[in-house]
Design a protein around this ligand. Structure first.
Ligand code: NAD
Length: 500
């Protein structure tokens, strides 16, 4: 069985830890590799490599850093297909979707290529007689990224291009379920000329994560994953004095008003609910129909959902691949069952789907659960699968109240032709990312990405300007170069200094 190794100080290593975890091919249901799981000694080795590399990289000039970033950008661009294939084989999503996530990650690299502009400080001349005041930002040191299975390239690329551009070194702990994309990215960094130790990949589970959170040489932790783990990471890393941002799970609502273009809304809804088998933190998992539009909308949504081609992500005819593991499939099917037993109607049932030639694959077909109410498990839990729950409400304000009562606040969308309703919605919802006739409002890389409430713990959203702020800290300098003409202002003053 092939072993997927760590990447530490510029080389691959199986490390000291002896534990291994299976890596499945979700389309066939077969194990294709095993991944090394780091122990405490491996954590130490990765952090030591990053700490040592920081001595030089933290001092590298802006042009040196920028040159490496541009070279990395070209290499990732040339390797989109290779990365997409690795993602599809371990995650299951269709190739075009995998290539799309690499593209969205590349946009963060492109943003980070502008680091000289982003790190320009402020300067105020003559704030007092003969005194100038200026500020600039410096890197933190060793930054850690802990990432989920559902975007094995894009989510790490939300973090490390910005961290490295700012002059930090990085230890990535990717999901153990689809660890290969991270290693391809490590090879491409090396080829781009990034010095050994600046970017490291440490595979592992809770043991590796706990080791990183407590390590005295780690300065900052970025996490993306489920809410219970995000909360744990935020608390634990904070307790150990780290700067921390922890993005959690989601339950994203789309509300559909009677004045929406229903065919457009139905198309967007099925893509947003079933794309990537619903395993996106910005997937629409709850459709809220307003004011009697439910039946007309559902007729179209159900028809479109039934037509989706489910199959291997490698098959060019597939629109939706399998879910990531057999456990995920079983959990999704169980939750749909609870919806049924709690009084909802399963209008389109994807349970028990099989794909010819891939009978062992972890497939769940598109599923629409109608007449869901907020007390049902199918609404309360993040299902993270191809399941769209439909709730019916009377007006926009009731829909806004429903969204605000939900503990998650990652993304939401409204479908309407009324600017007034859209504006009321945009101002009323307590959610970080809002789409107006756009179902998956993931901001571009030069804005920051982040949810509210249980979808993000910490002060900073990820990438964009808030990413630069997260991965740096400010120095403010007040400077005077004494000169004989200013002698009056240079004598000892025992009152608190004020501008002269
Ligand atoms: P997860 O929380 O199970 O795992 C995320 C990471 O945490 C992995 O690297 C994993 O190895 C590690 N981990 C798991 N259990 C741990 C524990 N007990 N202690 C320490 N570390 C642990 O998430 P997942 O299943 O890989 O990903 C899906 C989740 O991620 C969904 O909830 C989804 O909404 C969320 N997600 C959120 C965003 C966002 O931007 N908010 C983006 C993508 C995914």
């Amino acid at each position: 069985m092939r072993t997927i190794e760590h990447w530490i100080a510029g080389t691959s290593t199986s490390g000291a830890g002896e534990r291994r975890s299976p890596v499945w091919n979700p389309a066939t249901g077969e194990q294709q590799a095993e991944v090394a799981l780091a122990d405490a000694a491996d954590v130490d080795a990765a952090v030591a490599a990053a700490r040592e590399a920081f001595v030089e990289w933290g001092q590298a000039s802006l042009s040196t850093r920028t040159k490496v970033l541009f070279a990395f950008r070209e290499l990732v661009n040339a390797n989109v297909d290779r990365l997409a294939a690795a993602i599809t084989d371990e995650h299951g999503k269709v190739l075009s979707d995998a290539a799309g996530e690499v593209q969205r990650g590349l946009e963060v690299v492109e943003f980070a290529c502008g680091i000289p502009q982003l790190l320009k400080g402020d300067f105020s001349a003559q704030v007092s007689r003969g005194v100038d005041l200026y500020s600039f930002r410096e890197p933190l040191g060793v930054c850690v990224g802990i990432t989920p299975f559902n975007f094995p390239a894009m989510v790490p690329m939300w973090m490390f291009p910005v961290a490295i551009a700012c002059g930090n070194t990085f230890v990535l702990k990717p999901s153990e379920r689809d660890p290969s994309a991270a290693l391809i990215l490590a090879e491409l960094w090396a080829e781009a000329g990034l010095p050994a130790g600046v970017f490291n990949v440490l595979h592992g589970d809770k043991e590796a994560v706990d080791g990183l959170l407590a390590h005295p040489d780690v300065d900052a932790v970025s996490f993306v994953g489920s809410t219970p783990i995000a909360r744990y990471i935020h608390e634990t890393a904070g307790r150990h004095g780290k700067r921390v941002q922890a993005l959690g799970g989601a339950k994203n609502h789309a509300i559909i008003l009677p004045d929406a273009d229903l065919e457009y809304a139905a198309d967007q809804l099925v893509a947003a609910a079933f794309g990537s088998a619903g395993e996106r933190c910005m997937a629409i998992s709850a459709a809220v129909t307003v004011g009697g539009v439910g039946d007309a909308l559902l007729e179209q949504v159900n028809a479109k959902a039934r037509k989706i081609q489910v199959g291997s992500g490698r098959d060019s005819g597939s629109e939706m691949g399998p879910v990531v593991t057999a456990e995920a499939r079983d959990r999704i099917e169980r939750l749909v069952g609870t919806g049924q037993s709690q009084g909802a109607e399963v209008a389109v049932d994807g349970r028990g789907v099989t794909v010819a030639g891939h009978e062992g694959g972890f497939f769940v077909g598109p599923t629409v659960v109608d007449r869901v109410t907020p007390d049902m498990d199918v609404y309360r839990e993040e299902i993270f699968g191809p399941v769209l729950s439909v709730l019916r409400l009377d007006d926009v304000d009731a829909a806004i109240d429903l969204i605000n009562a939900n503990p998650f606040g990652n993304g939401t969308a409204i479908f309407t032709s009324s600017g007034e309703a859209a504006r009321r919605f945009q101002r009323g919802v307590r959610v970080g990312m809002i789409g107006i006739n756009v179902p998956i409002p993931v901001p571009m890389a030069y804005y920051s990405f982040g949810g509210w409430k249980d979808s993000l713990f910490g002060e900073h959203h990820i990438h964009g300007p808030e990413g630069v702020s997260f991965y740096t800290r400010a120095k403010v300098v007040t400077a005077r170069w004494p000169h004989v003409e200013h002698a009056e202002h240079q004598r000892a003053q025992f009152s608190f200094p004020t501008a002269q």
